[in-house]
Design a protein around this ligand. Structure first.
Ligand code: PEP
Ligand code: CO
Length: 451
């Protein structure tokens, strides 16, 4: 029989990566306040996403999961949210047309604040300071006061998530997502740079398809499916007190849902089988993800599947591989084979970001566009060889014109990283690099014969 689960049963397991809150009373007050607030999403929406992901697991749809590495309390504005959404919508149009299947859009947005860190302290000058763990915990300024975890930030993160989600809902249903508009933005990208011009043919095929539909009487005025989209929210379920405070019982089914986002995932550093994160997520009804690095054994992956999706519900579990361009083609195929043979119905997504991070000569944490593309190509080839469906990509991006990753559209150079390096955590693709990547993914799947 399955072990009993409650929203707080994680508390009797080891929870890695939790901040060292200075005052338990303050923490409890903040969590109690959040527990009294309304849910951010509804259980029914989480179930809709799970059904959409079941189509991905079956090879009939593709998932685009994208957004900030860490959302910021400072970079919080309508423009910032709009530009991020715009890029996600632009990428989705390219992928939908090229792959010929629906694209399930999931943002790393409206709650993606907390960051796992490899060290709890860092030396700055002569003093040891607690590391920055995301704006939901502390502030990156290098002083003891700024770095001390502050539970008021949990409440601020809830409030920012609510406002962000409100805007996401308005933008995606209120005309901003109109297919003809999104395509026009893509056309602008294609004509305005040498990288874009490589994709002229694809863009003109989309143009012809839109003209064809319009001629047949299917246009954005008559069909709301062409002007409204669903963008779901997701984040890493890292701070389990916060997640527990937003876990609510669904009045329709009686099941428990983590109503902080539609989808939650467990990171590479917190996926211990007997750990608190696996314990917490195994009991919520949301679709969930788990990161899988290159060193993960096939047995371990099967045990994770059994722990997180014992009932083998399609769409429930997404395995997000993040192996690095150099390792993916040796590490991934045995895992694909073992999971396929086990019969577990997982969604396979490729995070080509976290295995390809390095420090540039200028001292910036960065990623090369060519490595990101190479990991995606290796992912697609591995799936092609194993007869499994490369179901999605998981990307860190922003709509802003930052210079954080090297190469891609506008060929950003190592020496230019310093110009607009704005991330609060990992380096993100900027808007034009992201679109360049979407065209690349389309080409990669098409040339492998999978689309
Ligand atoms: C992340 O997705 O931002 C992250 C920290 O990833 P990982 O757990 O795969 O390192
Ligand atoms: Co990251």
């Amino acid at each position: 029989m399955a072990r009993a689960w409650t929203p707080s049963s994680w508390q009797s397991h080891t929870a890695n990566q939790q901040p060292d809150w200075p005052d338990q009373g303050d923490l409890e007050r903040a969590l109690k306040q959040i527990a009294s607030y309304p849910p951010l999403v509804f259980a029914g929406e989480a179930r809709s996403l799970q059904s959409a992901l079941a189509q991905v697991a079956a090879g009939n749809a593709f998932m685009l999961q994208a957004g900030d590495c860490a959302e910021s309390f400072e970079e919080f504005s309508a423009v910032n949210i709009r530009e991020k959404l715009r890029v996600i919508l632009q990428m989705a149009v390219v992928l939908t047309y090229s792959l010929g299947v629906p694209v399930v859009k999931v943002g790393r947005i409206a709650g993606q604040f907390a960051k796992p860190r490899s060290e709890s302290f860092e030396k700055i000058g002569d003093i040891d300071l607690p590391t920055f763990r995301g704006h939901i915990v502390n502030d990156p300024t290098a002083t003891e006061a700024a770095r001390t975890p502050n539970p008021d930030r949990l409440v601020q993160a809830y409030n920012q998530s609510a406002s962000t989600l409100n805007l996401v809902r308005a933008f995606t249903k209120g005309g901003f997502a109109d297919l003809a508009r999104v395509h026009a933005w893509n056309q602008e990208f294609v004509t305005s740079s040498p990288e874009g011009r490589r994709y002229e043919q694809l863009a003109s095929e989309i143009e012809r398809a839109l003209n064809f539909m319009r001629a047949c009487g299917v246009d954005t005025e008559t069909n709301h499916r062409l002007s409204q989209v669903d963008v779901y929210t997701s984040h890493e379920a890292l701070l389990l007190g916060y997640e527990e405070a937003l876990t609510r019982q669904d009045s329709l089914t009686g099941g428990w849902y983590d109503c902080s986002a539609h989808m939650l995932w467990i990171g590479e550093r917190t996926r211990q089988l007997d750990g608190a994160h696996v314990e917490f997520l195994r009991g919520v009804g949301n679709p969930i993800g788990c990161k899988i690095g290159a060193a993960t054994s096939t047995d371990y992956v099967i045990e994770l599947c059994e722990a997180l999706n014992p009932a083998r519900i399609p769409g429930r579990l997404t395995l997000i591989t993040r192996m690095g361009a150099a390792k993916i083609e040796s590490a991934l195929p045995p895992i694909l084979r073992t999971v396929r043979e086990s019969g577990h119905p997982v969604v396979w997504a490729c995070d080509p970001m976290h295995g390809n991070t390095f420090t540039s000569a200028t001292g910036h944490k960065t990623r090369r566009f060519t490595d990101i593309c190479a990991e995606i190509d290796g992912f697609v080839r591995s799936h092609h060889a194993e007869g499994t469906w490369p179901g999605g990509i998981h990307i860190e991006l922003t709509g802003d014109d930052v210079t954080e990753c090297i190469g891609g559209a506008d060929n950003i150079l190592d020496s230019q990283l310093v110009d607009r390096y704005e991330t609060v955590c990992d380096p993100r693709l900027n808007g034009r690099q992201s679109l360049d990547l979407a065209f690349h993914v389309a080409e990669s799947l098409r040339s492998s014969g999978l689309a």
